[in-house]
Design a protein around this ligand. Sequence first.
Ligand code: ADP
Length: 453
Amino acid sequence: MLLSELRHHLYLILATLIVVVVASLLAGGLQFMLISLCCLFFLWLAGYWYHLFKLVRWLERPKLRNVPQGIGIWNNIFNTLMLQARSRKKRKQKLGVALLRFNRIAETIPEGVLILGQDGHIQWLNHLAAIHLNLVAEQDNNSMLADLIENSDFRRFLDEPVTESLNIKLTLENINSGLPRVLNIIRTPFDEQATLIITQDITAAEQLNATRTAFVANVSHELRTPLTVINGFLETLTDMPDLPQEQRQSFIALMSKEGTRMNHLLADLLTLSRLENQVTASLCKQSLCLSILVEQVVYEAEILSENKHRFICEIAADIWVEGIQQDLYNAFSNLLFNAVRYTPQYGTITIRLYMEQNVPDCSQQIVFQVSDTGHGIAAEHIPHLTERFYRVDSGRSRESGGTGLGLAIAKHALAEHGGKLQIESITGKGSTFSAILPQMNNSKVLDSSRTPA
Ligand code: ADP
């Protein structure tokens, strides 16, 4: 387009020249023609410099608003430049938007991404890669990655030739928490100049795996003991058919006891697994009277105690809660039955149910509290008591039919109701377990004291 304009412009100049030469020759001869040509040349030169000046001035500050105006071909040149500048600006805007979007995506993806130059220096990294590898994005850009992470395995991993994806599991310290962070790091070819490093925080998955493995090992161990006992007795009964009746009965009674223990263990495992799967929890909640529930649990605890303990009850009447009866029964009975099982004969067990004001937000909360005068629990065990299969004294727990899951069940059941479990204990003096539930109603206190017959 501009080229054809230029051609026309050339024809026009040639035509003007011919006309001026012919006209000035006819009008005044050769001398007049030369003077006319000189004037024409100076006129053209002035126009040329004028437009050139405008063009240079605009190029120094190319603003779309003040595109220079010109005459003839110059006008076309200026318009073409303006169109080019306008499309360049649009392209720049589009690139800016694309870059912004890319940065946002890079920051949103749940993995750390880092581009490493051929010689091992960091070319680009996202926020998560900086967190995972304890780097500072602005400061460590262009630094050698191997120099920033003091780990020989990782250095060896970086040195390996990368023709396909490689990965390494690495444990680095989380500088914010001081705890170890387990990373899965993938190194993959990107282009001829760079490789891509992807970092994934797998700490939670690793912990879950470890918990799962420990859980399976614990369950196997818990089941193996009664099964070994039952198998042993069965073998003896088979091998010795003439065993005295009394001994046979005693073996059968022991087998039955182990069978019951396995049953309790399986029941507790099912309860725990149901509590951990909270999908249906909110659907099954109903209004229930905790005062009646606690009375029932106390009654069962008294039967379990076989009159060996003194019970003191302070149970407020009419305490209602929105909850799941079976789960709250499990929580309360585990706390109270533990008190019976771990308190020596003639010890005192105090059961309280009352409302109190929660200090931080002045809301009402329900407290179910069991205090005993048993052996107590040493402070270092208290934070672990609600872990599955954690026992302070395994022998005593098994002896009294414990599964090691009671407090884990209590904790989960209370959490399902928005509550929590508090444990206080002094060795040699006794323990207090408090189940705290959020909520409701005024209540009057019924005091009663029951002592062993
Ligand atoms: P277990 O079935 O073994 O009783 P729990 O989860 O109910 O399992 O309790 C975990 C451990 O906490 C018990 O093994 C026991 O050592 C300790 N424990 C629980 N309640 C009491 C208590 N009232 N007094 C002393 N120790 C207790």
